[in-house]
Design a protein. Structure first.
Length: 265
């Protein structure tokens, strides 16, 4: 008698520098492809792995959620242990737990948080995890601008035209926060979902505003009419997928917190 497939929730961390993003591709190394290869070796070719969304090539993750469907009687902690033994060194399953058959990492996700790190100085050690600034940033202007992003807006200007042909450009931003440490300027954006390159273009625009190359009036215009902002796309290495949310109470608690911890700096 064949064993029935079961579904498990996985929480991952990964260093995205060697990968062409989350989604499996036939001719490129990806996070999803690596997980499918490990799960397939353990549990056969009927396995499936789906993530809470997609990430661009080079983007990192701190608590990315995926679900695994596999025919196995392994306990969740054994699944994590066995898959980690097969996964590349820069992908790690932090925890696994049993999920209901209808749980879906993407469809059930109600919110997502991203963190971006801008370094105030040149650094020899963390260039794979920050965007180095050559000039000082006016953080107060960036904070004002971030406040303008909160709410439901049309983000056509912050993605590529072909994306808008397939999905709505309307995105709810729950929180947009800019803070700083002695070494870093940190940008956190929490929203219902995000369009391709959207977060990186938001950060690029905020940085340009911090350098007084764009104004608050410019940002207002970008949210009201389509503008090509491809030149303002921040580099991928400073971006971290922070966490995914699956219930309103958890999301609400996160939104009232102002604590941001730097990553690898």
């Amino acid at each position: 008698m064949d064993m029935q497939a079961q579904r498990f929730k996985l929480v991952l961390e990964f260093d995205g520098r060697r990968y062409s993003g989350w989604q499996k591709q036939a001719d490129a190394r990806t996070i999803q492809g690596s997980l499918l290869a490990a799960a397939g070796e353990l549990y056969g070719h009927g396995v499936d792995v789906q993530g809470n969304g997609r990430t661009d090539g080079g983007v990192h993750a701190l608590q990315f959620v995926a679900h695994l469907e596999a025919a196995t009687d392994d306990a969740p902690q054994e699944i994590a242990r066995r898959m980690n033994a097969l996964l590349p060194h820069d992908i790690n399953i932090l925890k696994a737990q049993k999920a209901g058959p209808r749980f879906h990492a993407r469809h059930n996700c109600i919110g997502r948080s991203y963190l971006y790190q801008l370094a105030k100085r040149r650094t020899a050690f963390c260039k794979g995890y920050v965007w180095q600034m050559d000039e000082p940033l006016k953080v107060s202007v960036m904070q004002q601008a971030a406040g303008m992003l909160v709410g439901m807006h049309d983000f056509t200007s912050f993605t590529d035209r072909q994306v808008i042909k397939k999905k709505s450009p309307l995105v709810m931003i729950n929180k947009a926060q800019v803070t700083e440490t002695d070494e870093l300027v940190l940008v956190r954006i929490v929203g219902s979902h995000f369009l391709w390159k959207m977060v990186r273009r938001i950060v690029g625009v905020l940085a340009a505003m911090g350098h007084e190359k764009l104004s608050l009036t410019d940002l207002e215009r970008f949210l009201q009419e389509p503008v090509n902002l491809s030149l303002f796309t921040a580099p991928a290495q400073g971006l971290f997928f922070e966490r995914a949310f699956y219930n309103q109470e958890e999301l609400d608690g996160f939104l009232v917190s102002d604590d941001i911890q730097p990553c690898f700096f």
